[in-house]
Design a protein around this ligand. Structure first.
Ligand SMILES: Cc1ncc(COP(=O)(O)O)c(C=O)c1O
Length: 351
């Protein structure tokens, strides 16, 4: 049973743990957003509900539970030095969720509805947004097929919901491994959609990578097993000897919003040559002077070692490089309104 949120009883504890740093885990806050879709009415307007003790009731035959109609997003709000709360590129997450919905034959949510939902969740839980430079407020919009099915078919009912969590560091770690016989996505598959099944498929490679002492698997393409794609939850970049910033072309990888931000900042702010193309593992091992991975949760982390066919290869001298650091600083400053945002990426949330 869901109770509409009335803003009467914010449940922030005396000490939410701001100074201990947050990990990256679920926590029940004050309010979350939920909207339903039915074939007769389309998307309803949606509203906030109390989050304490809230859960969803689903039919045993809900599509999501066996055929996996589930897509999601991840985006962050931050508190600035001036104590404003700002959100980064929410419109782009809204657009990507529409693209994921189209791939999974789900009803695309209007961009404005998505933006209203994430703004409302931040506003209702604003006390949970960590202080300046103490972390971020991570938002998780989710859409699932709740209608009952038995044969393989799209659901006739859907839910869209958004919850948030104060968050600290997500991945952190600079050693990645190319596992043999482990691919994330196939050509013309669902790799470019942010759908739950892609992540379920990554759990085993990720577990093996971690057990072997690496932060994650670095996936190669499924056709040639030679071209770098991405990590389980982050996009990959390399800087080559000639100074070019290269990242794998779109296709079966997630079109990351941080990936796009990095390309834009590198090209338009720093004047670097940026290229999206096929990037082989051997080219990176022989020609990269820096490598790093990027994502909303992961932010930007250097890759200093890549294990390929059982051998640890250092990238250049095996130390984090200056250009990745420069990109990280620029992105952080833009997100916190400490450097001009020429692209209108950052939106203030009025409380
Ligand atoms: C598979 C995968 N690649 C890349 C990314 C990075 O995307 P974004 O920068 O939009 O967070 C993510 C998500 O965070 C992801 O799950």
């Amino acid at each position: 049973m869901l109770k509409p949120f009335t803003n009467q009883s914010p449940c922030l504890p005396q000490d939410p743990g701001w100074d201990d740093g947050f990990g990256f885990g679920y926590r029940e806050l004050d309010a979350f957003w939920l909207a339903r879709w039915t074939q007769e009415s389309g998307w309803e307007a949606g509203r906030l509900y109390e989050q304490q003790g809230a859960s969803l009731e689903l039919s045993l035959a809900a599509n999501v539970l066996h055929y996996g109609q589930a897509i999601f997003e991840g985006l962050k709000a931050h508190r600035t030095r001036e104590d404003k709360i700002v959100l980064f590129r929410a419109i782009d997450n809204a657009r990507r969720m529409r693209a994921s919905a189209a791939r999974l034959v789900m009803p695309p949510l209007p961009v404005d509805d998505f933006v209203t939902a994430v703004h409302s969740v931040v506003r209702a839980n604003h006390k949970w947004v960590p202080g300046y430079q103490k972390g971020s407020f991570y938002l998780r919009p989710v859409m699932i097929g709740t209608g009952q099915v038995l044969g393989v078919a799209p659901a006739q009912e859907y839910l869209f919901y958004v919850f948030g969590c104060p968050a600290g560091q997500y991945m952190g770690g600079s050693r990645v491994i190319v596992l043999s016989a482990a691919h994330r996505a196939a050509p013309y598959g669902t790799g470019a959609a942010k759908t739950a099944g892609n992540y379920a498929g990554c759990l085993r490679p990720q577990k093996i990578a971690k057990e072997m002492g690496y932060v994650d698997a670095l996936y190669l393409d499924a056709r040639d097993d030679f071209y770098i794609e991405e990590l389980s939850g982050a996009n990959f970049f390399a800087i080559l000897h000639d100074g070019t910033l290269v990242t794998p072309e779109l296709g079966s990888i997630l079109p990351g919003i941080t990936r796009d931000s990095v390309l834009t900042v590198a090209r338009e702010l720093f004047g670097w040559l940026t290229v999206e193309r096929r990037l082989s593992i051997e080219e990176v091992l022989s020609d990269a002077v820096e490598a790093f991975y990027v994502g909303t949760a992961a932010v930007l982390s250097p890759v200093t070692t890549i294990n390929y066919r059982g051998i640890d290869y250092p990238i250049a001298d095996g130390e984090p490089g200056p250009r990745a650091e420069r990109l990280l600083q620029a992105l952080t400053a833009i997100r916190l309104q400490e450097q001009p945002d020429h692209w209108d990426w950052v939106k203030e949330i009025t409380i």
